[in-house]
Design a protein. Structure first.
Length: 300
């Protein structure tokens, strides 16, 4: 890879273009008047809604979810007052809410082991400007991809992990990411993440599981799939929780296979699905399209 390519990321242009644009995410108990209250609030403050999506689980006693994208002149200066005023509206509807200016790019840390296909996909999409985020660092328990990652101008941290050194390694990882990143992406990072890292990054750690969850949880899913003679294989991107492979599912995809495909072929097909599914999930997160309720996601 030529090192001069690292300057081709175009995300900065997008941020300049959208300097006065923000996204609002809302979840609350359903009831009449929510959309009207939000729309009226933004109108009264001079904002222009450019996109709005909403979903209700059940109009009678269910949860309501909303994503609004809007433009507001001098957003950076006016945002603190906007948030202060909206808190009064939110209180009346028992809302959980947040406003995300597009000009403030999310910072990513990518964790990886030896398999590089998911990492490469993320770097390619970032370089092309399709992932409008900053990749702050790559952390790996192996040194294999250091030169490749650094050719993009991205810091690479080698933090070895063994059964004896795992607690110390996790402390080092937390030191590296804590306060420095908004999202952690496990791009085929073949270590179980501890609660000490999960808790401060609740619903902000995305993992790619190389099977169509909830089937074939744990290790060697392609061997399990082959032994069962499955006709479809897939991949699942989900948020990480303390329950192994049990967090809220963000995205899944599958491909048909046949009895002619051995384990090696299943792995080859699976790698393609994994890289696409993980990249989609990361893109949706940084575009503020995901709301989590209990152990499910609403993806707008």
């Amino acid at each position: 890879m030529d090192t001069h390519l690292k300057n081709y990321n175009t995300g900065g242009l997008q941020s300049v273009k959208n300097s006065n644009r923000a996204r609002m995410l809302i979840s609350c108990p359903d009831g009449p008047g929510i959309v009207a209250a939000v729309s009226r609030f933004l109108y009264d403050h001079g904002a222009n809604i450019v996109q709005s999506d909403q979903y209700t689980m059940d109009p009678e006693g269910g949860m309501f979810f909303m994503r609004v994208e809007f433009d507001l002149a001098e957003l950076d200066k006016r945002l603190p007052l906007l948030e202060q005023d909206f808190s009064k509206v939110a209180e009346g509807f028992q809302m959980e809410w947040a406003i995300y200016p597009l000009s403030r790019k999310k910072k990513l840390a990518i964790f990886v082991s030896k398999e590089d296909h998911c990492l490469v996909e993320l770097l390619w999409q970032w370089q092309a400007g399709d992932l409008d985020a900053d990749i702050a660092m790559v952390i790996s328990n192996h040194p294999d991809m250091k030169e490749y990652v650094q050719s993009f101008g991205i810091p690479y941290h080698h933090v070895p992990v063994t059964p004896d050194t795992k607690p110390e390694a996790e402390r080092r990882q937390l030191e590296l990411v804590n306060g420095q990143v908004d999202l952690i992406v496990l791009a085929r990072y073949m270590q179980i993440v501890s609660p000490g890292l999960i808790q401060p990054y609740r619903n902000r750690i995305i993992n790619i599981h190389h099977s169509f969850l909830p089937a074939f949880v744990g290790g060697k899913p392609y061997a399990q799939a082959y032994d069962r003679g499955v006709k479809i294989i897939g991949a699942t991107a989900h948020y990480v929780t303390e329950e192994l492979d049990g967090g809220p599912i963000i995205e899944q995809d599958v491909q048909r296979v046949s009895h002619r495909d051995d384990v090696a072929e299943l792995k080859r097909i699976g790698r393609t699905i994994e890289r696409v599914v993980l990249a989609r999930a990361v893109k949706w997160h940084i575009e503020d399209r995901i709301l989590v309720h209990q152990n499910k996601t609403v993806v707008f």
